[in-house]
Ligand binder design. Sequence first.
Ligand code: ATP
Length: 460
Amino acid sequence: MAENNDLMEKIVSLCKRRGFVFPGSEIYGGLANSYEYGPAGVELKKNIIDAWWQTFVRSRPDMVGLDSSIILHPKTWVASGHVANLADAMVECKNCHTRTRADHLIEEALPEMKVEGKSEAELDAVIQKHKIKCPNCGKFDWTPVRKFNLLFETHVGIVPEAQSLVYLRGETAQGIFLSFKNILDSTRVKLPFGVGQVGKSFRNEITKGNFIFRTLEFEQAEIEYFFDPEAVKWEDLFEDWKKQMWKFITAALGIKEENLRWREHGNEERSFYSKRTEDLEYNFPFGFKELWGLAYRTDYDLKQHSQFSGMELVYTDPHTNRRFIPHVIEPAVGINRLMAMVLLDSYREEVDRVYLALPPRLAPYKVAVFPLLANKPLLVEKAKEIYNSLSPHFNVAWDDRGNVGKRYYSQDEIGTPFCITVDFDTIEKDGSVTVRDRDTKEQPRVKVEELKNYLANKII
Ligand code: ATP
């Protein structure tokens, strides 16, 4: 366990030092559960999103994309059940006023205890029975457990009396249901088909966030996969989605299989509208935790929105003219959790270096270009020429500080798979450069005119 905490600390420190993730609003003393994605982090996050979009939207004829609003009509969240149900059970320490989620408090004090699905009264009873103390001040003096809604509220309109209450979306999925009819009317999709969306969601999380695992705002990549329950067995679709999710995590993101597992929600934990929910979990340093949820939500959401909006959200079978509300399977993942996992899983330490063994497709920079010596104009000019010829094709880093050893060290730490060095032989002898491989440290010489193809074959 100490080793695991150690790994988390190393990742948090590397992320700050090398520009992946900075603490949120740091110059004002910080804002809990919020982070900034720095120059390397924004590239890594974008590459994860692109891999997801390419796999699940662009390379499938049965999928389309959507970008819906963060602020939706407030009835959306009443219809979906979020206003009533997106709530955590919370307690406050009367002594030091620390607020914490009751389930997390119990899980930390009694790791064997199953708390999923327990009511407020049951959580209260456990805290009282085991006299669980405040992790901050050590006192045992809690308020009763009470529900706390996670939706952020704001107002539309500038004149106070005419303002109306709206919510920042708590998940991206509801926007898909709201656009369901427009997607049917504007495209040639037919069942079964899915709609994929990536975007920010917001939840007023009061708990300790574990770095970017749980934050106030986060990016979700969600799919609603619509189907006719009379034509397709939902159990088969569900199993098929499990396979696709597993493949994406292991093949596209390069995660070790032994760090992954499926966990099915029991009856108490599962949302009332879901017939089956399973979480794909990753072995984070703080234990196996949800990465990606898969739920069979039946026709619950479309039915609710039909009822609340008065608009019929139905599909007409083109062969039989049967009109019905499709059912959905929903794979929903947080991009920030994927990013935390990718960083943790790719971290490597050797005697003389630290490196991120990122799949080249995900690495912030695919290649770095160096002149051997920064004070030799001929070398700098040739290296710039190579930089300019590669940058339309790859994200290329430039470094002419320090010596080559330090530059390798620095690129290894951000996971750059290849480093090109222009030396005197490049200009005087062979028209070739050394291309150093991050993982093997081998340094073959490659002709300058072959560089683009050489790299393209390795960066897939
Ligand atoms: P948890 O139980 O961890 O709070 P959840 O079951 O509430 O998660 P969902 O509503 O199923 O999460 O959301 C789908 C995905 O969105 C989750 O699997 C997770 O990857 C991501 N996610 C949810 N809440 C957060 C958050 N506060 N910060 C970062 N990612 C989040």
